[in-house]
Design a binder for this molecule. Structure first.
Ligand code: DAH
Length: 340
């Protein structure tokens, strides 16, 4: 064998290691090349037949081959054993614990809300975040001079297209596409041109609710609204939470109310969380305005209904005692893990 034949043989042997797929193949290569009667020891033994002048270069090449071959073989042996090890590992060993993460507090509030209203016969409706002026404003009886129509309050894409400022347009979509009785909640993202601080965010979440039924057979009242929200409050915040309505104004409801829950921290006595008032504002609500019914082609003489809209962040912050809304968006796992 001369020097170039040797380089060739080395290349072949390294290729064979690369192609080996299991421990048996690796062992066979070891025996064939570096075992007691292997080809590399044979070459070393045959060194004395190599012409004296070529001996140093030849000897060096053989040693290099042996070193490279053994290193490659060792690496391959480790690789195949880690694959094969899986097939015969100890089945009696305890399993390895793997963290699978937690649901985000906003997701949890939305899912819990859907479950609570689900027990009352409400289903979940969905709508797009990019809305028309009609669905977000006009059909909700919001006049052109209303501040929320302003460019400084709302993200407009064109004269007719905007990022919805509320989940209320899903009410319109639902009524346009179906007939009473309607019982839906509609969770989703909403957008306003707010500067973000501890209690405001330009992008936040709401859960809308709508119940419409035939009048007068199944007349819907403000008392129905209050009982449903009181039930929701207890299920979400725990027994003993009270609900209070305060008169308010929304273009799409008449009468309109703002809804407060009694503070679950101080049980209504007054503390820092409720700013000493004993109450926390959580939603807007009211009886669906006849003008809204007309916009979707319902006869206000033949239907009645209530609607409400919650801030999801609001509920999450109260429920989990989160002081700063921005924590909900930072995805800092140290914070999220604490709520697990
Ligand atoms: N859309 C209102 C808001 O963004 C909340 C609201 C109030 C929704 C009254 C309603 C409602 O459905 O009836 O502040």
């Amino acid at each position: 064998m001369d020097l170039s034949e040797l380089q060739n043989a080395k290349k072949v042997s390294l290729g064979e290691i690369a192609a080996a797929v299991d421990a048996a193949a690796v062992e066979a290569l070891r025996v064939r090349y570096v075992g007691r009667n292997g080809s590399i020891p044979a070459l070393i033994k045959a060194m004395k037949d190599v012409p004296k002048e070529e001996r140093p270069a030849f000897g060096k090449a053989v040693q290099e081959w042996k070193a490279e071959f053994e290193a490659a073989l060792q690496a391959k042996a480790a690789a195949v054993s880690s694959v094969e090890g899986k097939a015969d590992f100890d089945l009696t060993q305890p399993g390895r614990w793997r963290s699978i993460g937690l649901k985000h507090p906003l997701t949890r509030v939305i899912e819990e809300t859907a479950a609570i209203f689900g027990k009352l016969g409400f289903t979940v409706a969905d709508g797009p975040e990019l809305e028309t002026k009609f669905n977000n404003f006009t059909a909700l009886n919001t006049p052109a001079h209303h501040p929320s129509m302003d460019r400084s309050d709302t993200f407009w894409f064109s004269d007719d297209c905007l990022l919805r400022t509320q989940t209320s347009p899903v009410q319109i979509r639902t009524m346009l596409s179906s007939k009473p009785p309607i019982r839906v909640i509609c969770p989703g993202r909403t957008y306003r041109r707010d500067t973000t601080d501890a209690t405001h965010s330009a992008n936040f979440h709401q859960i809308e609710g709508l119940y419409v039924d035939e009048y007068p057979q199944k007349s819907v009242s403000l008392a129905d609204l209050k009982s449903v929200l009181a039930y929701f409050a207890r299920e979400m915040m725990g027994e003993g939470v009270k609900v209070r309505f305060r008169p308010h104004f929304f273009p799409f409801t008449e009468p309109s109310v703002e809804v407060d829950f009694s503070c679950h921290v101080c049980k209504g006595k007054g503390c820092r969380v409720c700013k000493q008032s004993g109450w926390i504002e959580v939603a807007g609500a009211g009886m669906v305005d006849p003008r809204v019914f007309r916009h979707v082609g319902y006869d206000p003489e033949k239907v009645s209904g209530y609607a409400f809209g919650f801030g999801v962040e609001r509920i999450a912050m109260i429920k989990y005692g989160i002081p700063d809304i921005r924590w909900l968006y930072e995805n800092d796992t140290r914070f999220l893990a604490q709520l697990g």
